[in-house]
Ligand binder design. Sequence first.
Ligand SMILES: *Cc1c(COP(=O)(O)O)cnc(C)c1O
Length: 411
Amino acid sequence: MPENTALRAALAAAAEDRIIFDLDGIEGQYAALVRELPGVSVRFAMKACPVDEVLAALARQGAGFDAASPHEIAQALRTGVPVERIHYGNTIKSDRNIADAYRLGVRDFATDSLQDVEAIAVHAPGARVFCRLATSGEGALWGLSRKFGCSAEDAVRVLEAARAAGLTPSGLSVHVGSQQMTADAWQSALDSLAEVLVALERRGILLDHVNLGGGLPALGVLDKRGRPLDPPLDKMLAVIREGVQRLREVSASPLEFLLEPGRHLVADHGAIRAHVARLSSRRQLDGGQEHWLYLSCGKFNGLYEMDELQYRLEFPGHPGGEYLPAVVAGPTCDSDDAYAHEDGPVRVPAAAASGDPVWILSCGAYAVGYMTRGFNGFDPLPYSCVRGGGAGPEGPAYALVGTDRPSPNPA
Ligand SMILES: *Cc1c(COP(=O)(O)O)cnc(C)c1O
């Protein structure tokens, strides 16, 4: 994980709770990914961080967008990105959603069923469709299986139906599951893609692109027991590079390649400044004494994913001193709003007092969009975007980009 000085300086300067995104860090992550995967275009999966400043920064670097609804499409268009670099990547859409997207100018639609193809043919006549293949989701923290994608045989049927309905069968897509931890998952996804490409060619359907989906991991998050997850990123990228090469060889038509990362581009470049509500100690019904550290921020205002992973916590007011094992939890009256619940305690400063700042690192993905409108009266977090100050050793270590914003979905 990069040592992120602008982000740390902004966290240190924050007097109130907020989520902060480092735009230089996000741009650097995008540049690194593009460098590692030559010939692959990146379309950011917006749901991972639907923040205007972040989207605009990525668009300026050349990214396109994977949008999941007409509202996301409209937000992507506000960055100034040409509509050709936006696709409707959600296989789930109503007639109205399709018509709205078409009116906004989108011509590329994901699909995985005959019913959806039929609707696209009516409400987005002549559009291009790409079919999502199902994956097992094995090896991922969030599998995304069953709800999306179809079998190899169905993909052939779906794209044949698209052609018959006057649509352009243009591509295939996969998603190996979010925070995928194995390179094998990409290997098997690439194998199925090759198989379906060949089956389609036999029926005279030549595609022009393959979309390798999201799933690339955050690097700085911890597993449910608090250990570094350490995903084999280099190996994953090597498998993707080789797979792209192989698909190019297999295909009878020239192929473009897309990747739609969400988490990987933003997770490690966003952090929350929260504060301690209370460190308490209570005896449980089974007789055991437990420490609980309640934070101002939890599952419903920034840390929605805390049921599957843990974040690195820093307590800047407590550089030394005694630490003790505690369950860490959010402030609401929901017992799911807690982490390290059954999976081993977290070390927290014994002297943590109400109001002390807490930094929650590598939580830039899926934080903003998943915030509630103020469950239990706890406001969604405001957010800000920063860059390195670049003003020499005495200058400010970070610069605010735009103005501090209330959360995009304020209560
Ligand atoms: C959520 C999503 C992504 C991004 O997934 P990450 O695991 O965050 O990279 C990409 N494509 C589609 C279709 C998605 O639904």
